[in-house]
Write a protein that binds this ligand. Structure first.
Ligand code: NDP
Ligand code: 8X3
Length: 254
C-alpha cells in the first residue's frame, strides 16, 4: 500500500517541489494551501505524470476552525497520514523592530507558528492509533540566528525549533518521529511575498551567488523520510555553498 504524505503550502516553492519528489517516490499526496487553482493544476500534473492519487485540501492554516473542519472532512482512507510536512509559511517585510507592521507580525505568527500547531493537532490523532508517523517541520536558518530586520520572522522560526523539540519528546510513546529542517536562502516565491510582489527587489536577494533551489530541499526532506523505522533525523540545517549561517552570505560582486 502506498504511503500518504500531507504537505501544507504545496502550491509553490518547497511544498510544490516536495509534492513532485514524493509522487515520484510512490506516495499518495494530500496537497494543501490557499490558491486552489494552483493545487488543482498540480494534482492534474502529478496524477498524469506519476499515476499517483492526489487529494486537494484547500486551507488557510491561520484559521483554527478551517483546519479542524478540513482534516475532519477527509475520507477515512485519506486520514491514514504517514507523513506530515509542515511547510506553509512566510515572511512579511524586512523592517527594523520599531518600524515593522503589527499586522505583518500577526500574519507571520498566525501562519508560521499557530498554523503549524493547528495542523499538527489535527493530524496527530490520525497517527496515534497506528503507533507510527513522521512530522517534518520546515524551520529556517532564521530559526538558528536572529538577523537585522528579521525580528518576528526569526522569532517564529525559533519557535518552530522549540516546538519541534517539544513534539519529539511528547510523541515518543506514540512512535511518531519529529524532524526539523532549517534551510537557508532558497529562490522560491518567498522573497516575492516578503517584498510585497516587488519582482526586481526579490531577484536582487539571489544575485551574486547560487541559492538553494526548492528541489534541493525536497531531496533532503525525502531522504529524512526514507530512513528505517528506528532511525530519526532530529534536525538538519542546509544552506547553499555561499552561505555559512543566517547572517554570513558571500556574494560575488558583478
Ligand atoms: P513560497 O512562498 O514559495 O511558498 C509558501 C507556501 O506556503 C505557499 O504554498 C503558500 O500557499 C503557503 N502558505 C502561506 N501562507 C499560508 C496560509 N495562511 N495557509 C496555507 N498555506 C499558506 O515559499 P517557500 O517555499 O520558500 O517557503 C516554504 C517554507 O519554507 C516557509 O515556511 C518558509 O518560511 C520556509 N523557508 C523558506 C526559505 C527560503 O529562502 N525560501 C528558507 C528557509 C525557510 P498559498 O499562498 O497558496 O496559501
Ligand atoms: C528564509 C531565509 O534568510 O530570509 O527563512 O531568513 S532568510
Amino acid at each position: 500500500m502506498k504511503k500518504i504524505i500531507c504537505i501544507t503550502g504545496a502550491s509553490s516553492g518547497f511544498g510544490e517541489a516536495c509534492a513532485h519528489t514524493f509522487a515520484a517516490g510512490n506516495y499518495n499526496l494530500i496537497i494543501s494551501g490557499r490558491r486552489v487553482e494552483k493545487l488543482q493544476a498540480l494534482k492534474k500534473n502529478l496524477e498524469e505524470k506519476f499515476g499517483t492519487d492526489v487529494y486537494v485540501l484547500p486551507l488557510d492554516v491561520q484559521s483554527r476552525e478551517a483546519v479542524d473542519e478540513a482534516f475532519k472532512s477527509l475520507p477515512a482512507s485519506w486520514k491514514k497520514i504517514d507523513l506530515l510536512l509542515n511547510n506553509a509559511g512566510l515572511a512579511l517585510g524586512r523592517d527594523n523592530f520599531d518600524e515593522a507592521s503589527l499586522d505583518d507580525w500577526d500574519t507571520m505568527i498566525d501562519t508560521n507558528l499557530k498554523g503549524l500547531l493547528y495542523v499538527s493537532k489535527a493530524v496527530i490523532p490520525f497517527m496515534i492509533p497506528n503507533k507510527s508517523g513522521h512530522i517534518i517541520n520546515i524551520g529556517s536558518t532564521a530559526g538558528k540566528q536572529v538577523y537585522q530586520k528579521g525580528n518576528v520572522y526569526c522569532a517564529t522560526k525559533h519557535a518552530v525549533q522549540a516546538i519541534s523539540e517539544a513534539m519529539r519528546i511528547d510523541l515518543l510513546p506514540h512512535k511518531i518521529k519529529v524532524t526539523v529542517i532549517h534551510p537557508g536562502a532558497a529562490e522560491t516565491e518567498f522573497s516575492l511575498v516578503r517584498l510585497r510582489q516587488d519582482a526586481q527587489e526579490a531577484k536582487k536577494v539571489y544575485e551574486g551567488y547560487e541559492p538553494l533551489h526548492a528541489e534541493d530541499i525536497a531531496n533532503v526532506v525525502y531522504y529524512a523520510a526514507s530512513l528505517p523505522a528506528h532511525v530519526c533525523i532530529n534536525e538538519l540545517e542546509i544552506t547553499c555553498l555561499a552561505q555559512a549561517n543566517a547572517y554570513y552570505l558571500y556574494k560575488e560582486t558583478v
